[in-house]
Design a protein around this ligand. Structure first.
Ligand code: ARG
Length: 458
């Protein structure tokens, strides 16, 4: 059997189960393109310092390009002895171009190599996730723009609170996603730090130009300390922390919509495309898409907390524990990407029932406006709050709506009530009174929409 890349000092064989235990190719092969890009840049850097001739560099780059094609076309043959993506690519390169392939790893370690691969790979994924998140925000903004006329109750404690526009509700979630978008964009410079050239831990002995490497690979900066370069996995934790929060926002929105899609609320109907049925109850149409979005948020958080557990207690530089960074990160990226797409689809296709929302607007949600009516006549809010509360209690006792009380009833509660008190009982007027920035009035919704559109253009 063939020698392992690190086999020189070994006389005994690896236990078969240990071999399998150690193997990461099964999952790290998805970084093949990043691994090869890193190697191509490194070959160029080695040629620049004379470790490789131009001819040797060309052969290595051509060989690596051929290996990359094999991965792309699905023809790369994995050997039982391939340990990870780095050793697999080098093994195949050497098969293709001969012993010259063995020069590529000069001054490099899998320690700086794997850290480089992970960062490069994640940078590509972050751009895709950013696009997905923008897609989600965009459909929310488009819906909000079209559906500004729909009024609904806004809830606190899941109890009816005050009238709002449906669009205001929708954009409340969009603004959480906009903050997530900003946070994601802010991660990029910290991911974009190049470890390559850090070696195993003590730096590169052949004076490779690391700034050249960074430029070739599109990194914004270079790790300034080689031990830091090979140790650091903060960028992975940070991405998963980001994802945990973004998924928590998705979960909150999903929960709202699950409630709104019940027959009891009937505010929205999910499209068939994002619902499933029951194997026993023929009438059921379940919001599985939303429930999965809610559920998957726990999964991303679990990936993050699990990997932090792995890191806690590790000494500096490379330890094999760090190989455990991949599965949680990959799973987090996959889960987040899929969730953004599903959420976008759900929002784009659900039906909104403005009439049902309107029916849920009972007059009591204008009790705050009633108190504010008296405030406008100069009475302290604490007092008007109390007066309005008594009006609510009176209507409740009479089993009537707040606006069905007579002017005499209102006057019995406070002498400043006039005929114009009945103008208070208008939901549209209530939301339109909220003209300060952040309010549900039409004008402020237009402002929200334009702020979000600007964020999407960045
Ligand atoms: N497969 C390894 C990982 O993912 C690559 C680095 C191996 N380095 C080492 N010194 N054994 O972490």
């Amino acid at each position: 059997t063939k020698q392992k890349l690190w086999g020189g000092r070994f006389t005994g064989k690896t236990d078969p189960l240990m071999h399998e235990f150690n193997q990461s190719l099964r999952y790290d092969k998805r970084m093949y393109a990043a691994d090869i890009a890193g190697s191509i840049a490194y070959a160029k850097a080695l040629a620049r310092v004379g470790i490789l001739t131009q001819e040797e560099q060309r052969k290595i780059v051509d060989g690596l390009t051929a290996v990359c094609k094999e991965w792309e076309q699905g023809t790369f043959k994995i050997h039982a002895d391939d340990e990870d993506i780095h050793t697999a690519n080098e093994r195949r390169l050497t098969e293709l171009i001969g012993p010259l392939g063995g020069k590529l790893h000069t001054g490099r370690s899998r320690n700086d190599q794997v850290a480089t691969d992970m960062r490069l790979w994640l940078l590509g994924e972050v751009r895709a996730v950013e696009k997905g998140l923008k897609g989600l925000i965009r459909v929310m903004v488009e819906r909000a723009d079209k559906e500004k006329d729909i009024l609904m109750p806004g809830y606190t404690h899941l109890q009816r609170g005050q009238p709002i526009r449906w669009s205001h509700f929708l954009l409340s979630h969009a603004f959480a996603f906009r903050a997530d978008l900003e946070r994601l964009q802010q991660l990029i410079p910290r991911i974009s730090v190049l470890p390559l050239g850090s070696g195993a831990l003590a730096g590169n002995p052949f004076a490779v130009d690391r700034e050249f490497l960074a430029k070739e690979l599109g990194f914004e900066s270079v790790a300034e300390n080689s031990m830091y370069g090979v140790s650091d996995r903060d960028f992975i934790v940070e991405f998963m922390m980001w994802g945990s929060l973004a998924m928590t926002h998705i979960s909150r929105m999903a929960e709202d919509l699950i409630i709104y899609s019940t027959a009891e609320f009937g505010f929205v109907t999910l499209s068939d495309a994002y619902s499933t049925g029951s194997s026993i109850m023929p009438q059921k149409k379940n919001p599985d898409s939303l429930e999965l979005l809610r559920g998957k948020s726990g999964r991303v958080f679990g990936n993050m907390s699990g990997f932090l557990m792995t890191l806690k207690g590790l000494p500096s530089t490379y330890n094999k524990d760090l190989q455990e960074d991949k599965e949680p990160l990959f799973d987090a990226v996959d889960t987040i990407s899929a969730s953004m797409q599903i959420a976008e689809g759900v929002i784009a296709t659900m039906e909104v029932h403005g009439e049902k929302m309107r029916q849920a607007l009972t007059m009591d949600v204008l009790a705050t406006d009633l108190a504010e009516y008296l405030v406008r006549k100069g009475i302290p809010f604490r007092e008007t709050h109390h007066v309005s509360g008594r009006a609510v209690a009176l209507a409740e006792a009479r089993k009537c709506q707040l606006n069905q009380l007579s002017l005499q009833d209102f006057r019995s509660l406070h002498e400043q009530f006039d005929q114009d008190v009945f103008n208070v009982f208008d939901f549209e007027a209530s939301v339109e009174r909220r003209q300060s920035i952040g309010g549900p009035s039409r004008k402020m919704l237009e402002r929200q929409i334009s702020v979000l559109r600007e964020a999407l253009a960045k």
